[in-house]
Design a protein around this ligand. Structure first.
Ligand SMILES: NC(=O)c1ccc[n+]([C@@H]2O[C@H](COP(=O)([O-])OP(=O)(O)OC[C@H]3O[C@@H](n4cnc5c(N)ncnc54)[C@H](O)[C@@H]3O)[C@@H](O)[C@H]2O)c1
Length: 270
């Protein structure tokens, strides 16, 4: 999609990856609607860009619908929805997970992406298309033992985005995920950052993830469903998923059901 002159809605715009992406999209000529739980933080980022800042909790479907409506009503459309707001909890020992803490992370990380995508598709259908990009994580592709519930939420984002992509394509809508490795933002907290630096672990700047969002938004329609891996010093890289073994039935060796074949879209896709 050509970005110049179009409208981007960015969740979690008040900090880190959302802030860097809002700034980058504005530099690409987009009008930006920045959403954050912290309204003042969203304002501080978006107002200097001449955009629209709105306070909302992305885990609340009514608030999500309201900000999409306000963005479309005020700026004219939502051409790019960057569903990025999220938190980590850092509970490695699952016996220490509190019920409220579990609900707290599911809200922005899973509900926020699903409610956001639903609102985006409803709006984009009225416009004839658009691009959805959700922030997953490397923890959406690999196991990450320091925060297994966070990892579960990011696997959910990867599976969700890949699963809606074929359905919404008919409406001219593409859906992508960005999967960053460790990035220098507030989500890590000062102690974690210090420990990573002491261990010589490279952190990416959030601008690198903004670059992946732009790459996804500009990718051809055929790239829909891509999960873009972001790692220090690398260009955004499409993750290649492996096939799963198909059913093995007596006397049917070599026959692969159509839904599992590489060359045909089916119920199950890679
Ligand atoms: N920083 C990393 O290492 C890293 C790596 C992979 C993925 N991510 C993902 O990137 C995304 C952005 O995080 P970040 O690293 O920029 O962290 P951050 O803490 O700097 O920014 C997150 C922003 O989201 C907002 N937010 C949180 N809950 C919200 C809610 N319910 N409704 C609206 N806004 C809410 C916060 O107020 C904050 O401004 C998250 O989804 C995170 O999981 C981060």
């Amino acid at each position: 999609m050509e970005l110049d002159g179009k409208v981007a809605l960015v969740t979690g715009a008040g900090s880190g990856i959302g802030r860097a992406t809002a700034q980058r999209l504005a530099a690409e000529g987009m009008r930006v609607c920045g959403i954050d739980l912290d309204t003042d933080a969203a304002r501080a980022v978006v107002e200097p860009l001449g955009g629209l800042a709105l306070g909302a909790d992305v885990s609340d479907p009514a608030q999500v619908d309201a900000v999409f409506a306000e963005c479309a009503g005020t700026l004219g459309s939502v051409d790019l929805a960057f569903l990025n707001a999220g938190i980590a909890i850092g509970v490695a020992d699952i016996t220490e997970l509190g019920d409220a803490e579990y609900r707290r992370i599911m809200g922005p990380n899973v509900d926020g992406v699903i409610f956001g995508a639903r609102a985006a598709v409803r709006q984009m259908r009225t416009q004839g298309g658009g691009v959805i990009v959700a922030t997953a994580s490397l923890a959406g592709l690999i196991a990450f033992s320091p925060d297994p519930v966070y990892t579960a939420t990011k696997h959910a984002v990867v599976g969700f985005i890949r699963s809606i992509a074929p359905t919404v394509r008919a409406d001219g809508i593409t859906a992508h995920a960005v999967c960053p490795g460790l990035t220098d933002t507030n989500i890590l907290g000062p102690d974690t950052k210090d420990a990573l630096r002491d261990a010589g672990f490279p952190l990416m700047g959030p601008e690198q993830i903004a670059d992946a969002v732009v790459t996804a938004a500009r990718a051809p329609e055929s790239a829909t469903g891509t999960c873009w891996v972001c790692q220090p010093g690398r260009e955004p890289t499409p993750y290649v998923f492996h096939d799963v073994p198909g059913p093995r039935t007596e006397g049917a060796a070599g026959k692969v059901p159509p839904s599992l074949r590489d060359d045909e879209p089916g119920i199950f896709t890679r």
